[in-house]
Design a protein around this ligand. Sequence first.
Ligand code: ZN
Length: 206
Amino acid sequence: MLVEPTAHEINPETGAMSGASGHYEKKLRDLEGLYADAAAFETHVIEQGDSVVYQVDEMRPAQVAGDLIFGTTWMRPGRIGEEFFMTRGHIHARGNRPETYYGESGAGLMLMENPEGETRIVEITPQVMVYVPPLWIHRSVNTGAVPLVMSFCYPSDSGQNYDIIARSGGMATRIFANADGWKAIPNTSYRKRTKDEVAAVYATCD
Ligand code: ZN
């Protein structure tokens, strides 16, 4: 049976998308363990409460291969110590599924890492389309002083694997504030994936 075409209005400031079929949010406590400075994290939660860091409006027309999931993500500005707020990050469970992100408002970046552990960083600002190719772990970071709002689109059978980041002690690179805005620094807790672990990631492609 044919699905009816739809149009969805996106508010570039709030990220609200009309006709969304789903909504979820992540609070600070959901992101525990992600940040380098655990003490600063606790202080932040105690002082400012367990507030929402990012939220997603999404549309999942049908859960069948070949369809798309699209929506918006809104992330508030802030830091834990000098480290900027970020999403939890993931690789697609089917590794060879790509994704696009489009800047609606604010300023941030897409932090990406391949299975071998190489990092790529792409800045995202309004009217910039970012392509996350297959097999890249990806996480967005709000490096600005206002909310970062992006719209996204990916194949509906992608799935998300969050565990790949936790197993390596985080992503290889962290994003900290400095006088120029932001800087990339090595994550001292990072453990490179073994040959077998890299092969297991490639084995998720179909
Ligand atoms: Zn993704």
